[in-house]
Design a protein around this ligand. Structure first.
Ligand SMILES: Nc1nc2c(ncn2[C@@H]2O[C@H](COP(=O)(O)OP(=O)(O)OP(=O)(O)O)[C@@H](O)[C@H]2O)c(=O)[nH]1
Ligand SMILES: [Zn+2]
Length: 350
């Protein structure tokens, strides 16, 4: 495992850590294009110089301008520059939360600005520099790693997932509280402005992978993915909540009780579990990572709607997902309606 992350150019790996990364920061009425613009402008008391730097078209130009006016740098700059840098790096991550998720996902790795030109903010290229910018970034990371929604999950990696309907981008997250590995299958562009069509799909190995007809999960999973592709954009969150949170082996024990006449709620309770053990709060971390605030939610389960609303997500619409009714799961569906509050059209389960 890499223990050190070296960064420098904004367009390279981990470029978001650079002060040159495109990350608008609003301070009172002013929007600074990057933390570099702000940092360079603070060297001067002359307002016209500050304006020129603010309006620089690139962080590089902002840097060059501060060199051009070097003779006007305020006398106490060397005393205050470190606190200016810490302030603006904190604000950059406070206001650009996707970067914050990425920063937190670096875990406890050493962050080093690998700069041949700067042995104060960087490592001097030979590793002997002070790396003060890296130290600030690690401080900021430790702070946000304790804050919601960054403390729920951390992003690890993503990859293409071609399917029969279309190619999704699969994002892998690890839930801090349980260590469980959850997925977000993203399709299309989520930044189009309209609410994303999403599904919170609880893992059901028997239904999702073993073609079980005793529940509706597998039928719902395929339909949900097809709906997302047809909609042009959306996310299927695949949540490791097997057995409504009791796990696969306990679900088999519950099925065994159901084979002997118990219903899906009675079976859970006979095993000492609540009817539904799932908690969706960690989804807040994945939704925030993807910058999702308003959704159309494919579900028949009002509890999921409430869970997302509690997480501060706006549900613009609940989209029913009534699939796979068959003689083997008819009783199960009726119990979900009568005991777990699921909403089905009469035509679906009568
Ligand atoms: N304990 C238990 N879990 C079950 C049973 N049947 C399916 N599951 C699990 O229930 C979860 C799916 O939940 P459902 O209640 O079917 O549907 P839902 O996800 O709450 O609601 P929808 O979003 O409308 O699908 C999966 O984790 C399944 O493994 C059962 O009889 N007992
Ligand atoms: Zn199932």
């Amino acid at each position: 495992m890499i223990e050190e992350i070296q960064f420098y150019e904004p367009n390279e790996d981990y470029g978001y850590l650079s002060n040159f990364a495109d990350s608008p920061i609003q301070l009172s009425e002013v929007i600074w294009p990057t933390s570099e613009h702000y940092y360079q402008a603070q060297k001067f008391t002359d307002h016209s110089v500050q304006q020129k730097i603010l309006n620089a078209s690139t962080p590089d130009e902002a840097f060059q301008l501060s060199r051009k006016y070097d003779h006007l740098v305020k006398s106490d700059w060397m005393d205050v520059r470190h606190s200016v840098m810490r302030y603006i790096v904190f604000e950059k991550f406070r206001q650009n939360t996707h970067f914050t998720h990425l920063l937190v996902s670096t875990g406890d790795k050493l962050l080093t600005e690998h700069s041949h030109k700067d042995s104060y903010w960087g490592d001097g290229g030979d590793g002997k520099g002070q790396n003060e910018l890296g130290k600030i970034l690690m401080e900021v990371r430790d702070y946000f790693a304790q804050q919601e929604p960054f403390n729920y999950v951390h992003f690890v990696d993503s990859a293409k997932l071609p399917t029969q309907w279309g190619t999704f981008r699969m994002y892998g997250f690890v839930e801090h509280a349980t260590g469980k590995e959850h997925l977000a299958l993203v399709y299309g562009n989520l930044n189009g402005g309209e609410p994303a069509l999403i599904r919170l799909h609880s893992e059901c190995l028997t239904g999702d992978a073993l073609f079980s007809a005793r529940c509706d999960c597998g039928f719902q999973l395929s339909r949900a993915m097809e709906n997302i592709v047809n909609a042009g954009h959306g996310v299927l969150f695949y949540l490791r909540q097997e057995g409504r949170g009791i796990g696969l082996i306990n679900k088999i024990r519950a099925y065994h009780l159901q084979d002997n006449g118990a219903d899906t709620v009675e079976a859970n309770e006979a095993l000492g579990f609540a009817a539904d053990m799932r908690d969706y709060s960690f989804c807040k971390g994945m939704l925030s990572f993807l910058n999702i605030e308003s959704v159309k939610l494919m579900t028949n389960n009002p509890k999921k709607v409430k869970a997302l609303e509690k997480a501060g997500i706006h549900i613009s619409k609940r989209v029913p997902l009534q699939e796979g009714n068959n003689p083997h799961n008819h009783g199960y569906l009726k119990t979900k309606a009568s005991k777990l509050g699921h909403i089905f059209d009469n035509t679906f389960i009568e």
